[in-house]
Unconditional design. Structure first.
Ligand SMILES: [Zn+2]
Length: 129
């Protein structure tokens, strides 16, 4: 059993291009976003789990006016993706023209990718499978 997962390690795993989700030790639920307690059973015993990286697009929005930190990167997509494991996460959407959102179809299969921002920070992203 690995060490108790922390937000810091979670962020670091994305920076290193090795995204991992939380997994509830008690009921096995996969939590794509870090949480202190399981939203399935309320347990606070968490471990890491690797995910398949496959998912589908649930919803998205185009950010035109970004917070200062990301201002140089706008416009860009922020998507809600449902992982194959059943948990949802928000991430960038890569490989689509942000000026043509009508070309992005809900429900399309996606795979985990990473996007390097202009700041040098790596973001969790998904692209068409
Ligand atoms: Zn649980």
């Amino acid at each position: 059993m690995s060490e108790h997962p922390t937000i810091e390690q979670y962020e670091k795993s994305i920076q290193e291009g090795h995204y991992r989700a939380y997994k509830c030790v008690d009921c096995g639920a996969v939590l794509a976003l870090p949480a202190g307690t399981c939203y399935g059973c309320g347990s606070n015993k968490m471990d890491w789990t690797d995910v398949s990286g496959k998912g589908k697009l649930i919803s998205f929005t185009v950010i035109h006016i970004a917070p200062d930190e990301f201002a140089d990167e706008a416009p860009y997509y922020v998507a809600i993706v449902e992982l194959e494991e059943g948990s949802r996460i928000s991430a960038r959407l890569s490989g689509f023209d942000p000026l043509k959102p009508e070309e992005v179809k809900l429900g399309i299969p996606l795979v985990l990718a990473y996007e390097k921002g202009k700041s040098g920070k790596t973001y969790l992203a998904f692209k068409a499978a």
